[in-house]
Design a protein around this ligand. Structure first.
Ligand SMILES: [Zn+2]
Length: 454
């Protein structure tokens, strides 16, 4: 290799390895206030219960008072926030013991350059207290608590589940509404999570039907406890669950949260869990996954099951410093996403043949048949776009291992690199170093073939 070429390669790889820090994002992360979050957590506890069947009219207690308070908080942060109740009349079914009015509380911070592209930060503000299962009916899961119509008699402070997530959504709405972002950010406090992800399912269904461009959902549920029931404790780890398959858009979002958040909050470890949610369970990210959106769940590795869905899920049993640290993880990732260019498109529709209309990845073996030739598309690129970064890793590796800044081009060839044993992706980066999500090159599973015999 000649020296000039070597230097070029070095410069490119150096640029690729460099992890940019945006001063504005740093400021946002630093502005997250533990004290403000403590106030929100205490206020959420003060409603006594936020069960969806509790009072809509009482001014001090119950879910009606809670949603009006959340809405008023959003409105007080900035006139830029468009605050609404996203309401539904839900029919009696399963855990919905009677017909009920359900209200998600939504605050939209419109993007300045690409307002049609959205990122959602969510949590659920409803709570529940369950009844002890009658003796002699042991469930397979080991759960001792059951849903029951008369559980309303109990207090359901729900401070960790999910007052913690709600306090994070409120705090980031407060901090981030003081800034401008290219893309739209939607802050949502969902209701009816405890009865089967009702509010989030209705919202996601409507978003999909309205062809909304939701590029990512960060759902925070149970981010308030840092001590498990078995005494295990850590305040520097947050789990991020993402659905299969290995290179789903949700998985790219999880990798992104880890990459960006650990850059701004180096003392926090973001631990992706390559699974849709905790074993056999789901959350408000689930309906977004089901509608085809990239959505992940942030949750503590140290749940205290004795407090969950009981009157002891209190402020006293919640760690404010931990909740605030997880809020900072969200702040870094969300701000970075909303400032970044959109992700490039790495597929195209097949024009003819039996697979006509299906999507095919824009990756090939090049003319030699031994190279990795990547192409991508980007309609109406942002004006501050600097170029693209090609990423790749072993198929067996969890995280991207190599990054190459390739400039403002729409194709790139890696000479003598096989496309068979590596996973490739590409992301867009702007002149401030803000990075988009990675678009990964994936192949659809092979269809089963029909063979006729005689
Ligand atoms: Zn929850």
């Amino acid at each position: 290799m000649r020296l000039a070429t070597l230097l070029l390669v070095l410069a490119a790889s150096l640029r690729g390895e460099m992890k940019s820090v945006n001063p504005m994002i740093k400021k946002i992360v630093d502005s997250v206030s533990e004290e403000r979050m403590a106030q929100s957590l205490k206020k959420l506890e003060s409603f006594g219960t936020r069960d969806i069947f509790s009072s809509q009219d009482n001014e001090i207690q119950g879910i009606g008072a809670a949603r009006r308070w959340i809405s008023a908080q959003f409105k007080s942060y900035s006139p830029k926030l468009q605050v609404t109740f996203d309401s539904y009349k839900v029919k009696k079914k399963n855990r919905i013991f009677r017909d009920v009015d359900l209200y998600n509380v939504v605050a939209v911070l419109p993007g300045t350059k690409s307002p049609e592209r959205q990122f959602i930060l969510s949590a659920h503000y409803d709570s529940v207290a369950l009844k002890r299962r009658p003796e002699g009916t042991p469930p397979a899961t080991g759960d001792e608590l059951v849903y029951s119509e008369d559980s309303l008699e109990k207090m359901a402070p729900g401070v960790t589940d999910d007052g913690s997530g709600t306090a994070a959504v409120l705090e980031l709405a407060r901090v981030m509404s003081q800034y401008e972002f290219e893309k739209t950010i939607v802050f949502i406090a969902f209701a009816g999570e405890e009865e089967g992800l009702i509010g989030a399912s209705l919202y996601a269904r409507k978003a999909h039907a309205g062809k909304q461009l939701i590029d990512g959902v960060l759902n925070n549920d149970i981010i308030g406890s840092d001590v498990s029931g078995n005494g295990h404790s850590e305040n520097n780890l947050i789990w991020v669950f993402s659905e299969e398959p290995a290179d789903s858009s949700s998985r790219q979002l999880a990798r992104y949260v880890r990459d960006i958040a650990e850059r701004y909050i180096p003392s926090m470890h973001v631990g992706p869990v390559f699974r849709h949610d905790r074993f056999g369970r789901g959350g408000d990210h689930t309906p977004f996954n089901q509608e085809g959106y990239a959505a992940v769940r942030l949750t503590t590795p140290n749940e205290n099951f004795a407090n969950q869905h009981t009157p002891t899920d209190t402020f006293a049993n919640t760690s404010v410093p931990y909740t605030a640290r997880v809020a900072k993880v969200n702040a870094a990732a969300l701000a970075s996403l909303a400032l970044a260019p959109k992700a490039p498109v790495v597929t195209e529709e097949i024009a003819r043949g039996p697979r006509k209309g299906q999507l095919s990845p824009l990756i090939a073996r090049g003319k030699s048949r031994y190279d990795a030739r990547l192409r991508w598309k980007n309609d109406s690129p942002e004006e501050d776009l600097a170029g693209y970064v090609v990423v790749y890793r072993q198929t067996t590796s969890a995280f991207w291992e190599h990054e190459i800044f390739v400039g403002n081009v729409l194709e790139y060839e890696l000479k003598d690199v096989s496309i068979d044993n590596l996973v490739f992706g590409v992301k867009a980066v702007d002149r401030d170093g803000n990075e988009s999500l990675v678009s990964a090159y994936v192949t659809a599973p092979r269809a089963k073939i029909e063979i006729e015999v005689y």
